[in-house]
Design a protein around this ligand. Sequence first.
Ligand SMILES: Nc1ncnc2c1ncn2[C@@H]1O[C@H](COP(=O)(O)OP(=O)(O)OP(=O)(O)O)[C@@H](O)[C@H]1O
Ligand SMILES: [Mg+2]
Length: 424
Amino acid sequence: MQCEAHPVHDDQGQLQQIVVTFFDITERQRAVDSLKKSEALLNEMGRMARIGGWQLDLATGKQVWTEAVYLVHELDTTFEPNLDNAIGFYPPSAAPIVMQAVERAVNLGEPFDLEVEFVTAKGNRRWIHTIGRAVREHERIVALTGVFQDITARKVAEDELASYRDRLEVLVETRTQALNEQLARVREQEHLLIHQARLAAMGEMLGNIAHQWRQPLSALALVLGNLQDAERHQELTPQYLARKIADAHRLIDKMSTTISDFRDFFRPDKPPETFDLSQAVGAALTLMEASLKTHGIAVVTDFCEEARTRGRLNEYSQVILNLLSNAKDAILAHHPDGGQILVRVDRADDRARVRISDNGGGIAEAARERLFEPYFSTKPDGTGIGLYMSRMIIEKGMGGRLCACNRETGAEFTIATPLAPPEQ
Ligand SMILES: Nc1ncnc2c1ncn2[C@@H]1O[C@H](COP(=O)(O)OP(=O)(O)OP(=O)(O)O)[C@@H](O)[C@H]1O
Ligand SMILES: [Mg+2]
């Protein structure tokens, strides 16, 4: 209730009466209370979010701030803000930007939205987000109004995030580099292994060539002996000489074929092709033939079906050669009565398959788990890379499988590679 008293005087100025009026101001008081509450709530929210409002009166140059704006400036509300002292809180890097934005808003009515650095009254560095727009009265710009928010926490988080990202990138980069280096080392090692395997196989080859040549060489010696005898007994007719020379040429041709066979075998980087397994097995057997024969080892072949696959023929033959040579070693170490190697070629499901079994006593218990490891060998002069290389060629190079097991009298190795369609 609001009460108002009005004195009433007569012409002489004598107090005649007092008129007292009572007003019911409940509604008005409610409205004022509600406004105060709203303002308090707004200020509370502003403090929490560190966001406030400001207005600049262009006629007086004075500013009005809400509580949160004072809070962000670390000032109390006795401070009287105007355009000049407000701009003083921006460091030299930011002041011209803010100034220019304000000028453009005043002169052109352009709104602004800036995130800039800021220094409080207590000298603390902060980041603020300030938004402003022109207020017009009859088309004339009379004031600027806007929002002012402390965004330091967000900026710090963003900076931290960026630094984490940078660190992560560096980490990924370093790890990738380390991985690449490791990969390069592994490749180099693999390369070295392949080289060693080649050298080892070449050593073996030399032995095989020696075996292959023994027979034609002694035959050649025989031809020479024949010629000498004929001459001694005056039986050297031109026809006899011609026949013996032809014999000698045949033997020399045979020796030269052996050399070409070996050379073909080691020709590097032949392109992949589709070939029949018996072709690859045949090539390896030709090279081993004489050596196996010398050691009294019989080879039984069973090429029951055509089985074609795709890959590098000479690499595949090298695998067969490794397996044959291992079978020979096992037989020689085991001394069975009559060494024998059985080579079978067939198709199984969608695989082209070669199985090589021997009667060399089988794979030793201790060797079974480590058979395909590089440098694993139970032989005094073995390099232990034959089976490792063979598995690489078959499994990595051709998408096939090379495995071993023991049968009654010895070991059996199976090579299974994807079947290629038969030749048209
Ligand atoms: N047919 C087989 N019978 C029994 N053991 C075998 C047979 N083939 C391989 N092994 C075992 O597997 C081991 C590894 O063979 P791998 O061919 O990798 O090397 P290596 O033959 O010992 O050496 P290199 O091939 O240089 O002569 C052999 O030392 C042997 O113990
Ligand atoms: Mg071997």
